[in-house]
Design a binder for this molecule. Structure first.
Ligand code: DPP
Ligand code: ZN
Length: 876
């Protein structure tokens, strides 16, 4: 675990011209022959050796231009191969043979086995587990791949690019050859072999080329890939229409596998997916699953241009491909669904996942400058905040100029491995804007705090807005410079109409974007005829914490009249949050819990407003989570008090809204055959929100049980089961429903994951015993990442009272599990361990327990670099 520094970047000494790989597949002894053609870069010392990366490799053969090499000419260790006395200026060919064991590869990095098939995952540094190689993203080459395997077990032999041909190979074997003409880095290499079912379609690109589309799934699952195929075709079309990007091979393949560390992987022409993000049908997938499939299919497809055609110079630039591609998939989903509802979901996710990261010990810049383990930088900061930064560039430039900048980026850098500076330069060049200050968003970690206050002067007809920004300290960055913060805003009159100022001084205002660039700024709006209500940070134009003490009446006015529906939702949240925070303090003190009627009225008015989309109303009714409340409280947190407080507020809303919820529960019923479209999903979400409130009031499980029995799709079924389990964990109805659910879906691993997750989220101190019982069941599978995330991940990330019980048993349990998982799959262990990143916000007794559990991990010998890096940073 050496620390890698951005400042140390330099190009390789040798240029890789081409790659020719031959795999002789075997479950435990796969032979890999890599023929690599290099030449020494101009100006490089003729004595400099060629040094290649490895990871747990054993060299079993090495040839230079097909001749044996004397052993004194090279040094091979599991981590590297170094060859000296290589030709000074002419190209040469190295032939490297390694033998690897896919069956024993429990890290799921490199070549491994899942569900009887061979599959690869090479991002970020998995290729070096296959062969010795310059395993870094700025080494691009065309690849030829030959695959030899037992024909009966592996009728399918797939790799990147276009299919060249195949034939029998004797002894029951056959082979296939693939050629990828697009130079690519090793992290985009993929190989899949085995016996799978396929769903096929075609797509005709904008220039009229026909592309074969194939989605490979386990036999029997073919019908469940139809939605993914539909999403793929819509993605291909959208990228042509919105960004002018056309697909560039004859074939595009997706393979769904059941053991996968991440969501999916954009390997050139051969995406490999966690099957959770491919498979769906009404009986087994929720509306959220459908939305995720659509988004992730799009995301990986969009990488073909933002990531593959133009890739990263080094891993510090990860946000170059990820932030940009997340932004692109967000825009796609917004166009395909409801833009404001999509934005609300994005901001909820950003605040619940990225904000805690950015304010805790794991905070890092969107473009970091050092890392110890790159696997730990596939974070919400790089992805989601990276997307927000891209969105802000689009906000600063406007939609058309942003598109022009993207066109320039594609033209200028196609085929290259580039940096964030190269990307930003394109937008400076097309706009003439200096983005130096703006670029601090890439370099300064932490969520800016913006404080705002407004004053209306009726005599002078002015509205004065005072803005101040504060950048919190983060690890390694004590002091920071003021940022360029683009705040969308509107001024609204008491009657709900928009107020247009005659002029503005003290800040640049372009359309509805106010530019905060200094540490403090006083902005004066002139010609304001009546007291305005300010709606600030519309559509969450900038990812900040905003401190702006608006009256409940002003917030209610925004909630009622804002034309930006995101801002309406934000106003409802801002109305509700102080109530939740006060309730948590009161619960801690044993006081009565009360709730401001202005909030309840505004919330119920939105819930009952038929002019609003049902999905929007459901988002309004979903109050901030317990973890959100804890983050807003900001310290000395008692998860039990937060839980009691939130439940009490929910109940008060339920009481006041009883009739509205009963009416919604009836009227939002969808009829006819199931459709996963956004409007139908919104109706289901609103209906199930109403059901959850009504069940709070009932105090018994009858209504939820009836909903469970009546459900004819997984969205309704799992919603009812969640209400049963989380609100009535001890009831006979819940036990019966859980058993029924398990038996009905016993054959479907993805549904059984839901069964585990729902139970892992049941609040209360007995959660741990439940988790331990579930780990004893025959359905529990330690080696499957989805299963581990469903059970342990849900427990640690989404069950604050169960995981954070006062005696520390939850933290201790997790520590044991992390140490165990780390033996097999360090990446997964490190990811689940990040659930402890906010331990310093806990009240002292729990914080002490958490620290002890973390110290126990830290003091364990033989930790992976992944876990070592996270635990050290969390404790620092
Ligand atoms: N590059 C992958 C992605 O698209 C990482 N698994 O997110
Ligand atoms: Zn990605």
């Amino acid at each position: 675990g050496q620390i890698v520094n951005l400042a140390d970047y330099r190009p390789t000494d040798f240029v890789l011209e081409r790659v020719d790989l031959t795999f002789d597949l075997h479950p435990t002894e796969t032979k890999v022959e890599a023929r690599l053609i290099f030449h020494r870069r101009e100006g490089i010392d003729p004595k400099a050796p060629l040094v290649l990366d490895g990871d747990e490799l054993v060299l079993s053969g090495l040839l230079l231009d097909q001749g044996e090499l004397p052993t004194e000419q090279y040094v091979a260790t599991p981590e590297s191969l170094s060859v000296r006395d290589l030709p000074e200026s002419t190209p040469f060919e190295l032939t490297i043979t390694t033998v690897i064991n896919p069956e024993a590869n429990t890290q799921l990095m490199g070549l491994y086995r899942t569900g009887g098939i061979y599959c690869t995952q090479c991002e970020a540094e998995g290729f070096r587990r296959i062969t010795y190689f310059p395993d870094r993203p700025d080494v691009l080459a065309p690849y030829t791949v030959n695959i030899i395997a037992d024909k009966a077990a592996n009728p399918l032999l797939l790799s990147n690019g276009n299919f060249l041909g195949g034939a029998g190979y004797g002894e029951g074997k056959h082979f296939a050859a693939w050629f990828d003409p697009h130079p690519k880095p090793s992290y985009l290499f993929a190989l899949v072999a085995g016996d799978l079912g396929v769903v096929e379609d075609t797509f005709t690109t904008m220039s009229g080329r026909e592309v074969a589309l194939k989605i490979y799934v386990e036999h029997g699952n073919e019908p469940r890939a139809a939605y993914a195929m539909d999403a793929l075709k819509r993605s291909m079309k959208w990228d042509e229409e919105r960004f002018g990007r056309e697909y560039d091979l004859d074939i595009f393949m997706i393979v769904a596998v059941s053991d996968f560390n991440m969501g999916a992987m954009e390997n050139k022409g051969l995406n490999v997916f966690n099957d959770k993000y491919v498979l769906a049908d009404p009986e087994t997938a929720t509306d959220a699953d459908y939305a995720n499939i659509e988004a992730i299919i799009a995301h990986e497809y969009f990488h073909n241009w933002t990531g593959n055609r133009i890739t990263c110079r080094d891993w510090f630039q990860l946000c170059l491909k990820e932030g940009l591609t997340v932004y692109r998939d967000h825009e796609f989903s917004a166009d395909e669904r409801s833009r404001p509802v999509k934005r609300i979901a994005e901001v909820r996710h950003l605040k619940s996942e990225q904000f805690p990261e950015d304010s805790g010990p794991l905070a890092h810049p969107v473009r970091p400058t050092k890392y110890r383990e790159i696997n730990n930088f596939y974070t919400t900061t790089v992805y989601e905040k990276g997307s927000e930064v891209t969105r802000m560039i689009a906000t600063l430039l406007g939609r058309d100029l942003f598109k022009t900048g993207m066109d320039l980026y594609f033209d200028r850098h196609d085929g290259q491995a580039v940096t964030i500076e190269d990307f930003v330069k394109c937008f400076e060049d097309v706009s003439g804007r200096d983005l130096t200050q703006f670029s601090l968003w890439y370099h300064q970690a932490g969520t800016p705090l913006v404080t705002a206050s407004g004053a209306y002067d009726a005599d002078g007809k002015t509205f004065t807005l005072s803005l101040e920004q504060m950048m919190p300290a983060t690890p390694g960055q004590a002091t920071k410079k003021p940022m360029h913060i683009p705040l969308r805003m509107a001024l609204i009159a008491e009657d709900g109409t928009a107020i247009m100022p005659a002029s503005v001084s003290g800040a640049e205002l372009t359309d509805d974007v106010l530019h905060l660039t200094a540490q403090a700024q006083t902005v004066v709006f002139h010609g304001i005829q009546s007291r305005p209500v300010l709606s600030l940070n519309r559509s969450f134009s900038t990812p900040i914490n905003l401190q702006f003490n608006q009256s409940a009446a002003d917030l209610a006015l925004i909630a009622r009249y804002e034309t930006d529906h995101f801002a309406r939702w934000q106003a409802l949240i801002d109305l509700g949050l102080p109530n939740l925070l006060q309730a948590a303090r009161d619960a801690r003190q044993g006081n009565d819990i009360t709730c401001d009627p202005a909030f309840v009225d505004a919330l119920l008015a939105a819930a009952a407003d038929d002019s609003l989309e049902p999905a929007f109303r459901a988002q309004a009714l979903a109050l901030p989570s317990e973890a959100d409340i804890g983050r807003e409280l900001g310290g000395n947190n008692d998860p039990d008090a937060i839980h009691v407080a939130r439940r009490a507020i929910l109940k008060q809303v339920a009481e006041a809204g009883k009739d509205i919820f009963a009416a919604l529960y009836d009227s939002m019923q969808t009829t006819g055959p199931f459709s996963p479209d956004a409007a139908s999903a919104g109706r289901r979400a609103l209906r199930n929100a109403a059901l959850a409130y009504l069940s709070q009031l009932d105090g018994n499980p009858a209504r939820a049980k009836a909903a469970y029995d009546a459900a004819n799709n997984m969205t309704d079924l799992s919603a009812a089961l969640t209400i049963l389990a989380h609100q009535f964990p001890e009831s006979a109805e819940t036990a019966a429903a859980l058993e029924h659910f398990r038996d009905r879906f016993a054959e479907n691993a993805l549904v059984i994951d839901k069964w585990f997750a729902i139970q892992a989220g049941i609040p209360g101190a007995d959660a741990l015993a439940r988790i331990q019982r579930l780990m004893e069941t025959s359905q529990f599978k330690r080696t499957n990442p989805n299963r581990m995330r469903s059970l342990l991940g849900t427990f640690a990330f989404a069950n604050p009272t169960g995981f954070g019980r006062a005696d520390g048993a939850g933290y201790n349990f997790l520590a044991d599990e992390i140490l165990d998982i780390d033996q097999r799959n360090p990446q997964l262990a490190a990811r689940i361990l990040t659930s402890m990143r906010s331990w310093r916000l806990l009240e002292p007794v729990r914080a002490d327990h958490a620290r002890s559990a973390l110290l126990r991990i830290e003091r364990t010998a033989g930790l992976s670099t992944d876990v070592r890096d996270i635990v050290d940073r969390i404790l620092k």
